[in-house]
Design a protein around this ligand. Structure first.
Ligand code: CA
Length: 359
């Protein structure tokens, strides 16, 4: 769909951007159910050609997000367009956003209590300045956030349990971002394609965010000199998170080792997809993982999500993955556990560990 294509009025008829946007949102909302099942939707792009004499060729720009592109490939370009990884700009200034780490065009599952973290990045071209971010969703009025500078980043947190920048969705929805850029009284705008949010089932884990202030509901294992504790402050969700501290040298026979888990056998439906997600924060480069495991949380395990190379910047990051287990597998490995294995002489904090039905 061509979002930016001509003036606001052409031959006395409203063919402008604002009318395009209204129609676009209408199509996106009408197709919500189909998009969540198929991933396909009405893409937004800027003008593909010149219909209107007052437009300067090359002024409006379509940007494509090509994460694995290393050189020109028409196939990658078409794949990005089909996947909706397109951004429409009236002047070449660019804005982009991620949602819980997912990119524009993606369908991401969020379990019903999980926080939604939207990171917006805007860059102005020429002598323009970033002026305003508008967060647009399918379920609530758009909200404006002030912005400034030539290169601007901001995180918008949508949370059910603490202070939220925007109302929390009650059902599946989409988000998209518009960013205004200003120069000498003129406003230029960049429109991103949406990220789609599929609201998953209830989280089956208890005290998943450690908001009791302790490890109630969890089985905790710390070997050798490993320690762990629920700590207050700098949590990803609520007031508390869980910290694991290793100091010992590398090597399984002398090294620290930790796990924390809950029994999910009889709680989750066998042979049904569930999504496991959690937030982590670390300044160390050592891996950690979530797996199903035996009742000791030590003898054997089958990985679900492994973070081999954590982003060690001391900020919270979200990871998730889906899994399913047969009845026999659940009998063999009835626990779901977070592991900080041997050969990890560092510190990791985790929060909001969720397991909920849904892809
Ligand atoms: Ca928490």
């Amino acid at each position: 769909m061509e979002l930016i294509n001509g003036g606001e009025y052409l031959f006395g008829n409203p063919f402008g951007i604002s009318q395009s946007i209204v129609k676009w949102d209408e199509l996106l909302k009408n197709g919500l159910g189909n998009t969540l099942s198929s991933g396909k939707f009405a893409c937004g792009t800027s003008n593909s050609d010149i219909h209107f004499g007052l437009h300067t060729f090359g002024q409006t720009v379509t940007y494509l997000y090509l994460p694995s592109q290393d050189g020109f490939s028409s196939g990658a370009v078409q794949e990005a367009r089909r996947g909706g990884r397109a951004i429409a700009s009236t002047d070449g200034s660019v804005a982009y956003f991620t949602l819980n780490g997912a990119h524009i065009g993606d369908v991401v599952t969020v379990s019903s209590r999980d926080p939604i973290e939207i990171k917006v990045h805007a860059k102005a071209v020429d002598r323009k300045r970033v002026r305003k971010i508008r967060l647009v969703s399918s379920y609530a009025e758009p909200m404006k956030f002030p912005a400034h500078g030539r290169d601007y980043q901001r995180t918008i947190t949508i949370d059910k349990t603490k202070q939220s920048d925007y109302p929390y969705p009650s059902s599946s929805c989409y988000f998209r971002v518009e960013v205004d850029f200003a120069y000498r009284g003129n406003i230029y705008t960049c429109y991103t394609n949406p990220i789609w949010v599929k609201m998953g089932g209830q989280n089956v884990l208890v005290n998943s965010s450690f908001e009791t202030g302790d490890t109630s509901g969890w089985k905790v294992v710390n070997l050798r000199n490993a320690t762990s504790s629920v700590v207050s402050g700098n949590a990803a969700d609520g007031s508390y998170c869980y910290g694991i501290y290793h100091t010992s040298a590398v090597g399984w026979y002398v090294s620290d080792w930790s796990s924390i888990g809950q029994n999910i056998n009889g709680i989750i439906e066998p042979d049904t997809p569930y999504r496991v997600g959690f937030y982590y924060r670390t300044t160390d480069s050592y891996p950690f993982r979530i797996a199903t495991t035996d009742t000791s949380l030590m003898m054997h395990s089958t990985p679900i999500v492994t973070v081999s190379n954590p982003i060690a910047d001391g900020q919270w990051h979200y990871v998730s993955a889906t899994f399913s287990r047969s009845p026999a597998e659940l009998n063999y490995e009835p626990y779901l556990a977070f592991f900080y294995d041997y050969s990890t002489p560092g510190t990791v904090y985790v929060d909001c560990i969720t397991c909920s039905a849904g892809p």
